[in-house]
Design a protein. Structure first.
Length: 579
């Protein structure tokens, strides 16, 4: 059977296409249009077929392309082509190897003397029974492809040299998965990972943004919609750095990767943030003014004008001393500047004067600005009007520590002062006294005239008690019609202290026993009515020193007061604690 008849089996074609002439014509047509140069030899080494493209690929002179070598030994073909091969010994050795081992497949490149390159493929032909029938050779001119590959290889080598030796941080990233395909030595130094380690990581392990956000930015870079980004990147030691990334798609072999050049802009980013913050802070609700090293005002913000009433035109070029209220002495200002000179800053409460002349409290912070040599170049002052805050604090203090009706210290403040008096007594060894006072017939006034009359009496009683003691003593309303008086710094001698305390107690008893004239609104008339009410007091008195228990002293004085009531009211009973 001719070799060409074996190239297409009957089983491979429909029954109506089994005509041998049709098959032969079909094969010849395929060979004619094939881009490969084709050579077929039989088992004896005789050439049975070659196509015209075979001569073009080898650039052989032809007399008749149709059958020039057909029927001749393959050695005639070898003689025609061998002189064109750059390495004929290797070429012939491989041919002999293929003939010695018919089952070997052959796929190689052949370099020619004129610089061209051919791709060669060879395979054995087998009959239906598996018998060796010959060999078919395919040759294709791949010179253009090899030149392109060489150019690409040279380009890749130049890129690789630039990539590996460049001081700039560079990464090659798979745009789909985010995998780091490659990293240069600069990237290893910056991120703190070995290059081999980085090749096993994804960009998500470095970029701290959400993965979906990073993937979206990669897609934008791949589409070349954007190639500049600012990202937060985490180093191996956990430090977060702000980086500027320039990313563009490039071809590497058969793949498209993102080539990213990365610059550390952390300091620049921080400086820009600080400038933005400073700009916002300067126009904040705090008043701000800036002076030079000689304390001449250079600039003020809007809040400064709102607080002080002075505009920039009023104060620029002048000294901050124009704001002084006159309430502070030279020692106060000297302490401020001593703090600024030693610690670089001062803050505290100060009273200044508005343009209107109103004196107001403000919280002032002054900071010295120094250059790289440590020399002061400017002073920055930030001020807050704390008038409302101080008023609120005063109101809160009144509610927390003073009785709303009488404005006397309440139970909380009394206990605080009592504790301090105990500590002072321990240091000075002087005695103190505590008095519990309870008005004797207060309830009848409330029942007869109502709580307004009762409140008026309590206010008057508070005033009378306060006039009987020193400014250093404390008069407190415990609640209802009960008062407590704290006397301090009496005497180191117990007997003398007793006499002093009893003298004050008697003075209070007499003051409270005097009639009360209370003016009340009369029913069914616009004319107020004045009533006279008599109200005595029962007093329990106890002496103390700093070595006693405060709760015990209070309890004993309270007991003494109830004893006075039990004995008929309008009396003083004393409990003397033993030191």
């Amino acid at each position: 059977m001719p070799i060409l008849d074996l190239l297409i089996t009957k089983a491979s074609l429909p029954p109506d296409l089994n005509d041998p002439e049709f098959q032969r014509s079909l094969i010849n047509a395929i060979y004619e249009v094939s881009p490969n140069g084709i050579l077929v030899v039989d088992a004896r080494g005789t050439v049975v077929f070659h196509n015209p493209r075979f001569f073009e690929v080898w650039q052989l002179p032809v007399a008749n392309k149709t059958n020039q070598f057909i029927g001749t030994a393959d050695s005639s073909v070898l003689s025609a082509v061998i002189e064109r091969v750059k390495n004929p010994q290797k070429f012939l050795a491989r041919i002999e190897e293929l003939y010695a081992n018919p089952d070997l497949e052959d796929d190689c490149e052949i370099e020619l003397n004129n610089g061209r390159t051919l791709d060669r493929h060879s395979t054995a032909l087998r009959g239906h029974q598996g018998q060796y029938l010959g060999r078919v050779w395919f040759f294709r001119d791949i010179t253009s492809r090899k030149q392109a590959e060489n150019i690409l290889r040279e380009s890749e080598n130049r890129f690789r040299q630039m990539f590996e030796l460049n001081d700039a941080v560079m990464l090659l990233i798979d745009p789909g998965s985010g995998a780091i395909v490659d990293a240069n030595a600069a990237a290893s130094r910056f991120y703190g990972y070995a290059v081999e380690c980085m090749r096993t990581m994804t960009i998500n392990e470095i970029n701290t943004l959400p993965p979906e956000k990073i993937a979206d930015e990669r897609a934008r870079s791949l589409r070349q919609e954007r190639n500049y980004f600012v990202f937060p990147h985490r180093l191996a030691n956990g430090e977060i750095r702000t980086v500027e990334v320039h990313s563009s798609p490039i071809r590497v072999g058969d793949d498209t990767l993102l080539f990213s050049i990365i610059h550390d802009i952390t300091r620049q980013h921080q400086a820009e943030q600080e400038l933005r913050i400073a700009a916002i802070a300067f126009e904040s609700q705090e008043g701000v003014f800036v002076t030079d090293a000689d304390q001449v005002i250079l600039r003020v913000n809007r809040a400064f004008t709102d607080i002080t009433g002075y505009t920039a035109e009023d104060v620029v070029g002048k000294s901050p001393h124009m704001l002084s209220s006159g309430r502070h002495d030279e020692a106060f200002y000297a302490a401020i500047w001593e703090s600024i000179m030693t610690r670089g800053t001062w803050q505290g409460e100060i009273w200044n004067r508005r343009k209107s002349g109103q004196i107001y409290p403000e919280w002032l912070t002054i900071t010295a600005v120094k250059d790289e040599n440590g020399e002061v170049t400017h002073y920055v002052a930030a001020l807050m009007d704390i008038s409302l805050r101080k008023a609120s604090e005063e109101e809160i203090s009144q509610l927390a520590f003073y009785d709303v009706l009488t404005r006397l210290p309440n139970r909380r403040m009394l206990l605080d002062r009592f504790g301090r008096a105990m500590a002072a007594s321990k240091r000075s060894r002087k005695q103190g006294a505590i008095m519990f006072l309870d008005l004797d017939n207060f309830k009848s006034l409330n029942d007869t005239y109502g709580h307004i009359a009762g409140d008026m009496l309590l206010i008057e009683a508070a005033h009378r008690i306060a006039r009987c003691v020193r400014e250093t003593d404390t008069v407190s309303r415990f609640g209802g019609d009960e008062f407590v008086v704290l006397l301090t710094d009496l005497d180191t001698d117990l007997a003398a202290s007793r006499e002093q305390a009893l003298l004050v107690a008697e003075k209070i008893r007499a003051a409270l026993a005097a009639p009360y004239l209370l003016t009340l609104a009369a029913a069914n008339t616009t004319t107020p009515a004045t009533i006279e009410h008599h109200c005595t007091v029962s007093i329990g008195l106890g002496l103390f020193s700093g070595r006693m228990d405060m709760e015990d002293i209070l309890a004993k004085a309270d007991t003494a007061m109830y004893q006075a009531k039990h004995d008929g009211c309008n009396r003083i009973r004393m409990y003397e604690a033993q030191s």
